[in-house]
Design a protein around this ligand. Sequence first.
Ligand SMILES: CC(C)(COP(=O)(O)OP(=O)(O)OC[C@H]1O[C@@H](n2cnc3c(N)ncnc32)[C@H](O)[C@@H]1OP(=O)(O)O)[C@@H](O)C(=O)NCCC(=O)NCCS
Length: 186
Amino acid sequence: MNDAVPAWQIRAERAEDSALIEALNQTSFGPGRFAKSAYRLREGVMCESALGLVAVEGGILRGSVRFWPIMVGDEKSLLLGPLAVQPDQRGRGIGIALMKRGIELARATDYHSILLIGDEPYYVRVGFARLPPGRVRFPGPVDPARILGLSLKQGALLTQSGDVRRARIDVPFCADGAPLFAAPAA
Ligand SMILES: CC(C)(COP(=O)(O)OP(=O)(O)OC[C@H]1O[C@@H](n2cnc3c(N)ncnc32)[C@H](O)[C@@H]1OP(=O)(O)O)[C@@H](O)C(=O)NCCC(=O)NCCS
């Protein structure tokens, strides 16, 4: 059951949170996370620093959410995740609160939508819905029932379609990931 008045606060992620967030993601997802489709879209790309959030309580990291820039067809979109909460702190509303704050911040940006690969019964609580099969194509094998989206601009998901690609390369260390978004010739 969620606390009536949460003792934890949500704040922007800071550089010094990085190591703890990595440790939390390692605990929550294990090394297998790097093999997932979503990670192909993160390789060599920095997350949106303005949207990285942590939940802290008494100076202790309780949870974290990050968002990555992606392209869906030729539209700018965000990929939600990783979202993780310390195992002994789950069920307190931290995950939902992190996502709600992130979505609120993302609405003030020029991104059209947020996509994620995850469990519909959880993410439906913050407004995500399953996309029609085949509408967007992630790199690698993905269960279509787990491709969820949320419009940041009215009706964005009704028109968005195509391949999901990395939005850019910030750190060119990997040549085997998803193809880069190719801008149309001027
Ligand atoms: C998923 C996760 C972030 C949820 O964090 P949390 O802080 O416990 O979530 P909240 O407290 O906001 O919400 C808990 C509610 O969501 C439900 N829930 C949690 N994970 C769920 C899932 N995968 N599917 C359906 N419901 C889920 C809980 O049963 C609980 O329901 P209740 O409110 O009816 O009791 C956390 O369990 C976690 O870190 N898991 C490991 C990493 C992971 O799977 N991340 C998500 C994929 S990116």
